[in-house]
Design a protein around this ligand. Structure first.
Ligand code: PXG
Length: 285
């Protein structure tokens, strides 16, 4: 495994960063998780764009431009000879003094890891998963906009712990107004009367790359789609529900807070959208 750290390629054992890195000390940094399908980096431009948007919002200067970053990621995939896998791209504020002052960090650090990805076990794709609503609310955009994919995931981790305590794999996070935002590492969709619906992008969720691809794939097969404010009532009374994310791809949800969704089994519309999403991936690689 060849890992990139600030201009050098090192083995896993030698891939180390300073304890004075503000990414470690304060979660000061941004990241992306990206899929490799058939040797191609899925939606490379979109991921790089989102990374630079996250960096711009947090006044973090990445020491290369978007084209150079895209080329670096391609190089990383080639060096690691990966055809199916996952890229973790991390930008930290870099090494500085103790104290949160980012001005003490002269240069941001760039880290690229290419590895395998662990999906949920196959049975969950077949049977669906059970989720709960966390009491932890999603970060409010007037604190840090959830569209920033930052290294500070404590908000999501608190909700993930709630899920685990309830024996679930994922938790739904509500926004400050009590509307559905997303899950801890996935966006959420539901289907009602054949219409595919997801919380609008101003509802306090990450603007998922998989979310966008799934919306496109559904439109391509003639399905009506909508991005709008969503309540728990909408989810409880949905015909079908599923989650999307780079790691999970599309995973059916069959129980929410003890309510069976539809007939409690992954439904036909989810299967159709999933097939369309797989076709979209095949078309792009
Ligand atoms: N919401 C949140 C909070 C996320 O972190 C998504 C939605 C889905 O977005 P994408 O662009 O992936 O469709 C994410 C993505 C991991 C891991 O290691 C997490 C994500 C992506 C890849 C890996 O747990 N989160």
């Amino acid at each position: 495994m060849q890992i990139y750290i600030d201009g050098t390629w090192v083995n896993k054992e030698d891939a180390k960063i300073s304890v004075f890195d503000h990414g470690l000390l304060y979660g000061d940094g941004v990241f992306e998780g990206i899929r490799i399908y058939g040797g191609t980096i899925f939606r490379l431009k979109e991921h790089v764009r989102r990374l630079y948007d996250s960096a711009k919002t947090t006044l973090l200067t990445i020491p290369m431009d978007e084209q150079e970053m895209a080329a670096l990621l391609c190089d990383a995939v080639a060096r690691n000879k990966k055809t199916e896998g996952y890229i973790r791209l991390v930008i930290t504020r870099g090494v500085g003094d103790l104290g949160i002052n980012p001005a003490t960090c002269p240069k941001a650090s760039v880290i690229v890891i290419v590895d395998d990805i662990s999906l949920y076990p196959a049975e969950h794709y077949k049977n669906g998963i059970k989720v709960i609503t966390a009491s932890t609310r999603r970060n409010s955009p007037d604190a840090i906009d959830p569209r920033v994919k930052s290294l500070n995931y404590l908000n999501n981790i608190m909700a993930k712990l709630e899920a685990q305590q309830a024996g679930c794999l994922e938790a739904i996070l509500l926004n400050r107004e009590g509307k559905v935002a997303e899950c801890t590492g996935d966006n959420i969709f539901y289907i009602r009367d054949g219409v595919l619906i997801t919380p609008a992008s101003d509802q306090g969720a990450l603007k998922g790359i998989t979310r966008d691809a799934v919306l496109e794939a559904a439109k391509e097969i003639g399905m009506e789609t909508r991005a709008t404010a969503t309540t728990l009532y909408d989810l409880y009374t949905a015909d079908e529900c599923f989650l999307t994310g780079t790691a999970a791809e599309m995973i059916p949800v069959t129980t929410i807070d003890g309510r069976s969704i539809g007939d409690g089994k992954p439904g036909p519309a989810t299967a159709k959208v999933r097939a369309a999403f797989q076709a979209l991936i095949q078309k792009e690689i």
